[in-house]
Design a protein around this ligand. Structure first.
Ligand SMILES: [Zn+2]
Length: 422
């Protein structure tokens, strides 16, 4: 028998992800961990904790959003989809230049609230304004991996200085649920020296690393052939272009020592021959952002190629600055929306595969396999419930069909969306 401080959560259907769905199931929460998962009669006989019978719901792990820019949330609908990616860069730069500290705080927190409401419990977020930390961490229940964005092209700062500032910021932070790490923004917006230094530092300290790569055709053209709209625009802005014309963006990361098990490579929409194998060989995690992909109209995501190469593919929302407006209500950061968008564009993927991308795959990318993204014994108590009258056989399809807020949410053993009636 467990102590009476335990919580027992019962649901019509459990989708633990790490094991098959369970009809009439329950989990036991002890402190901030899950201490039991199984059929309700078994669990009930082994625990005497406070019961939360959620009834006709599916209980599943909290979703892992592997790529977001919370600080751009309030830019939803501000930037119409551009003709090319290169046309978009000055638009976002102009939008950012009009914003001050309090705009970013408000925007970040609005985004965090949307994520909690729609079932995300862990987010890998890019911070363009590191000064927001740790204030915003304290104001959200989310588990946050904050990746500090580094560029250095426009500011003409040397890579050592840019890196040193980020490392000092990371080392100044300490939080029970949140942590910070490095993100050289993208190969095109950084110099090879910053990529190399970031990779060395992250490896030496056991930190995750994150970068945007091979997002647009213009970036691909710039690195492959030293030409095209992005190449010319950056050349006019006095970037040293001597790293172009030497191979693909992924090859460029490889040459800079960036590829490794700790790397989250965001987008990876364009692959040269051998790139998928290279990513697979180095155990790189790729994060696909379906709605942002659609906003830019990028060439089709090479799902099969990457999966066949053994790459761990995760899902992210990206920012609301890059989600199309559809009708009146503004879009929300919502991993269920991303899962549905992916299902529409990749009909060969099963609902099970898609939910794995939004849970266990993201957990692995963040170095938290078996800790988050699944309902299993000893995992952290991060879970959500969605209303559904469905049997275990239809559970994955029902998860994908869910729209709107979750009916309950828990992070680290605390209700963040309290279930109705309790
Ligand atoms: Zn991004």
């Amino acid at each position: 028998m467990s102590g009476s401080t335990d919580m027992i959560i019962r649901a019509r259907t459990l989708v633990p992800v790490a094991q098959p769905p369970v009809e009439n199931g329950a989990v036991v929460i002890s402190g901030n961990r899950i201490s039991a998962v199984g059929p309700w009669p078994d669990v009930r006989s082994r625990s005497d904790g406070k019961l939360f019978d959620l009834g006709e719901v599916i209980l599943l792990p909290g979703l892992v959003n592997a790529h977001c820019h919370l600080d751009y949330t309030d830019m939803a609908g501000m930037l119409p989809p551009p003709k090319t990616f290169t046309d978009w860069i000055p638009l976002i730069m102009a939008a950012k230049s009009g914003w001050g500290y309090s705009d970013y705080v408000r925007s970040w927190l609005n985004g965090a609230q949307m994520l909690v409401r729609t079932g995300t419990t862990t987010v890998a977020d890019i911070e363009s304004v590191p000064d927001l930390l740790p204030e915003v961490w304290d104001a959200t229940p989310l588990r946050v991996f904050s990746f500090l964005e580094m560029t250095g092209i426009r500011s003409r700062r040397d890579p050592e200085g840019v890196l040193q500032e980020a490392v000092e910021k990371i080392e100044s932070l300490s939080h029970p649920r949140c942590s910070a790490a490095l993100s050289p923004h993208a190969p095109y917006s950084t110099l090879p020296g910053l990529l190399r230094l970031s990779a060395e530092t992250a490896r030496a300290r056991g930190w995750r690393l994150c970068t945007h790569v091979a997002e647009s055709e213009q970036e691909f053209e710039m690195f492959m052939h030293a030409r095209g709209a992005m190449h010319n625009w950056l050349q006019r802005n006095a970037r040293d272009m001597s790293d172009c014309g030497l191979g693909s963006p992924v090859q460029h990361l490889a040459d800079s020592g960036m590829l490794g098990e700790n790397l989250l490579a965001i987008h990876v929409n364009l692959l040269a021959r051998g790139d998928a194998a290279l990513l697979g060989k180095h155990h790189v995690h790729v994060v696909h952002c379906p709605r942002s992909h659609d906003y830019f109209g990028h060439p089709a995501f090479q799902f099969r190629q990457l999966a066949d190469a053994g790459v761990n593919i995760c899902l992210g929302t990206d920012s609301l600055a890059t989600v199309r407006l559809r009708g009146k209500p503004k879009p929300e950061l919502d991993m269920f929306g991303e899962m549905r968008a992916l299902a529409a564009w990749e009909p060969g993927l099963s609902p099970t595969d898609i939910l794995r991308m939004a849970t266990v795959n993201g957990a692995r990318a963040l170095g938290l396999a078996a800790q988050i993204g699944e309902l299993s014994k000893k995992a952290l108590a991060d879970l959500i419930a969605i209303p559904a009258r469905t049997s275990a056989g239809d559970a994955y399809a029902a998860v994908l069909a869910h729209t709107g807020p979750v009916s309950a949410g828990m992070i680290d053993g605390q209700w963040v969306v309290p279930p109705e009636g309790f």
